[in-house]
Design a protein around this ligand. Sequence first.
Ligand SMILES: [Zn+2]
Length: 326
Amino acid sequence: MADNNGRTHVIGVDLGGTKILAGVFDLKLQSLGTSKFTTKPQRGPEAVIERIARCVLDVIDECDLTTKQVRAVGIGAPGAVDPEHGEVVFAPNLDWKDVPLVKELEKRLDLPVFLENDCKACMLGVYVQELKSKPRHVLGVFIGTGIGGGLIINGDLYAGGSHTAGEIGHMVIDVNGPKCSCGNKGCFEVFASRLAIFRAIQAAIKNGEKSILTDMLGDDLKDLRSGDIRKAIRRGDKTVEKIVEEAAEYTGIAIANLVNILNPEVVVLGGGVIEALGDEMMPAIVKSAKSHVLSGTFRNVDIIASKLGDNAGITGGAVLAREKTR
Ligand SMILES: [Zn+2]
């Protein structure tokens, strides 16, 4: 691979509602180091973009490099994005509308910047770095605060007509279900995201069900994290176990619907919830998916958990930066 005048590294950035993660990679996608900033979206887009730029410069310095050795930056941003014009069209969790992220970052970094939706970036990272057998058709399900998806079809990232394909978190799976942040009722996300699991646990405790989480964190469960849920289940907390199992069952239903439509070779699950609770959830997810899928469509479908965890997004950003400057 040509090194673009000594530019031997790429940067991947994962922009989230609470944190910004940036990583330096070599051209073989080996990670050299990462840097993390809080996002602080309440300060407005301008301030957030400034923080992204500082996070990128920070990690370059941390890895003893200069921007002259960096080829490009690839960034995954939440919500609807327009990669062609480098804009974040709509990102409710950042409160952003039509933000020219690429232009503003390029101005601050003096490097080429490429934009992708965060879940599509995760899919790209997992596909290129992790799925070495290179299946042709892959469904990615990323479960964190919300739920998003990524699709590889015929070996390429599938974007759809206006780049919004893969919004699997808003697939309606119960028309009479609870209200979702998007305004609809009964979306997949309201049953299986981190927020959904947290809410169900809080409601159960309010209803008088017992959980050791209240001993661990107090009655209001302030600062509840996915890791606490894992600890509770491993200590035999039946209330929490049942709620997580229900989330896993809904995840299996969503996967069954998507397998019926897409017939992927691999379904890969990722995101913070799977990173923390994969061991607890995966067997129930697979069982539920198998029991809800159309008979005969499940042959040769592998359902696996990604090992990239939190690094899927920055790896995908690095893949994007590398591919666009090849
Ligand atoms: Zn929704």
